[in-house]
Design a protein around this ligand. Structure first.
Ligand code: G3P
Ligand code: MG
Length: 253
């Protein structure tokens, strides 16, 4: 699998409402060819693009995602909170998102979003067959903070590329985790990464992906420690072949 240096976080989420079809289109229009999206299930079992357990932050609704059916979720406005230009945007099902990603020829890092009260294995069992059926293997990377959930994914599909997410940097047991799920990549919060651990990941032949990098200037030294790819809200701040910072001031991390 050929990964680019930059993956758009939640779609191009600084320029369009996160985890929507509009954010997928914006990724393509910005010239990026890979994006990260979060998926979880509604109460009726439909997988949708969504980050939070609740719907308050990114819609005009109230309450928990798991209490919504698809019909109810489709009545929410998921664009206006971001900008009036996106008023009327509707929550995207995974199927709608995969169809658009396939049509645009994009690569997808799909994060199985764990949320209290949700059945993580059921999420994997619902999402994985759909994703592998709709995208070519070289354009699909499935990731999760849960090694147990990724183990279930591996049982469901022996070949798809898997990435293990670590909140506080890869732990000492990352090698065991990676062998258990035959991980393609290790995904680390860049602010918690240790240089020796980064180089160990590189030397052991796993890809190293850092999230969420919005300050190319501060990040720059990490490329030399073996980082392959960053997930970013602000791809436009990265400039040049070596991703030296561009002239535009970076957001505070
Ligand atoms: O997959 C990287 C990143 O998306 C993980 O954090 O909270 O933005 O889903 P979060
Ligand atoms: Mg995510």
């Amino acid at each position: 699998m050929e990964l680019p240096r930059l993956i758009a976080h939640r779609g191009l989420s600084h320029h369009a409402p996160e985890n929507t079809l509009a954010a997928i289109r914006a990724t393509h229009e910005a010239g990026l060819n890979w994006l990260e999206l979060d998926v979880q299930c509604l109460g009726d079992g439909t997988p949708v693009l969504w980050h939070d357990a609740h719907v308050v932050r990114c819609s005009d609704g109230q309450g928990l995602l798991r209490d919504y059916s698809l019909a109810q979720a489709k009545r929410l406005d998921v664009g206006r909170w971001f900008d009036e230009r996106f008023a009327g945007e509707r929550m995207a099902t995974l199927e709608e998102a995969l169809a658009l990603i396939s049509e645009l020829g994009l690569g997808l890092n799909l994060e199985l979003k764990l949320s209290a009260g949700h059945d993580d294995n059921l999420l994997a069992e619902t999402v994985v067959p759909q994703a592998v059926a709709m995208l070519p293997r070289e354009r699909l990377l499935i990731s999760s903070f849960s090694v147990a959930t990724l183990s279930r994914v591996r049982e469901l599909d022996g070949n798809c590329a898997l990435g293990i997410l670590y909140e506080d940097g890869p732990t000492r047991g990352w090698v065991t985790d990676a062998e258990q799920v035959e991980a393609f990549s290790i995904h680390s919060n860049w602010q918690s990464l240790d240089p020796a651990r980064a180089e160990e990941i590189r030397d052991r032949g796993r890809r190293l992906i850092c999230y969420t990098v919005n300050d190319p200037r501060r990040f720059h030294r990490w490329w030399s420690h073996g980082v392959d790819t960053v997930i970013t809200d602000r791809p436009e701040l990265f400039d040049g072949d070596d991703f030296a910072p561009s002239a535009e001031p970076a957001d505070p991390a």
